[in-house]
Design a binder for this molecule. Structure first.
Ligand SMILES: Nc1ncnc2c1ncn2[C@@H]1O[C@H](COP(=O)(O)OP(=O)(O)OP(=O)(O)O)[C@@H](O)[C@H]1O
Length: 249
């Protein structure tokens, strides 16, 4: 990008340099270089098994990087324990969402508020972004639809102010109408200046919310650029992503 004021040219909020991760005997991440610019949504795309979830888990300290460097806000993250990484301001919404089905929406939110009672102003803001949470506040989380559960999972991750939000495949298994409600919620989060790294297989969602994009293959980043440029280039999509993305939604 040529614009000298571009956010891509400010120091990244999070950077991975030459990161390798082994899981048991398997060498999964093989030198990941990835920058997450502040105030933007970075899409992490790639075929199944490319290493996207492993990248998120490595950032969170759930897998240890065996080589390379991870820096957050200029500070090294290697070797920092997961709860401390969360305390430094990285929130993670894993693919399985990690919500408690037997507890109410309110109780789920309460458990996520680490610093004590939930801040009312922040809760009002969350109800604005995710209106379903207000409607089902006293209902068991297990009775919510798939899309509402996903919204609860994201709301839990942002009940405490965080500096970076990692979201793994939020649209997985959701009907198209729900995907569009979730897309609106993510756009609203962005409008409040959130910095997000998101893994997604639904290309329509990726195109609608992504600012920058990184594509993984075989444990490495093989493409970086603007989401709009990838969205406009069918041949590049085909080459990088093959048929793994759902282009038709
Ligand atoms: N616990 C584990 N033990 C062994 N191998 C694993 C483990 N977790 C992931 N892998 C392997 O690591 C590779 C990358 O997996 P990862 O889940 O990071 O991929 P992904 O890009 O997120 O794919 P998907 O879209 O299928 O979730 C895959 O080959 C996977 O089989």
């Amino acid at each position: 990008m040529s614009d000298g004021n571009s956010p891509m040219q400010r120091p990244p909020l999070l950077s991975l340099s030459g990161v390798h991760t082994h899981i048991g005997q398997y060498h999964i991440l093989q030198g990941v270089d990835l920058d997450i610019p502040e105030g933007q949504l970075t899409m992490l795309l790639g075929r199944n098994g490319a290493g996207k979830t492993t990248t998120m888990r490595t950032i969170m300290g759930l897998w240890q990087a065996s080589r390379g460097e991870i820096r957050f806000g200029g500070e090294p993250l290697n070797g920092v324990a997961t709860p401390d990484i969360a305390r430094r301001g990285i929130s993670y919404v894993p693919e399985n969402m990690g919500i408690f089905g037997a507890l109410t929406v309110q109780e789920n939110m309460h458990l996520a508020a680490r610093s004590g009672p939930m801040d009312t102003a922040r809760l009002d803001w969350l109800f604005e972004v995710f209106p379903a949470l207000k409607k089902f506040w006293k209902s068991p989380a297990g009775s919510l639809s798939g899309g509402q559960k996903q919204m609860l999972a994201i709301a839990r991750a942002v009940i405490e102010p965080s500096r970076l939000l990692l979201i793994d495949e939020p649209t997985k298994g959701l009907a198209p109408a729900i995907v569009s409600a979730l897309t609106s919620a993510i756009l609203q989060l962005k409008s409040f200046g959130a910095t997000i790294l998101m893994v997604e297989q639904n290309f329509a969602m990726a195109r609608a919310v992504g600012d920058t994009v990184a594509v993984m293959d075989d444990g490495r980043i093989v493409h970086r650029g603007l989401m709009a440029d990838l969205a406009a280039d069918k041949a590049l999509q085909e080459r990088l992503l093959g048929l793994s993305m759902d282009m038709h939604q």
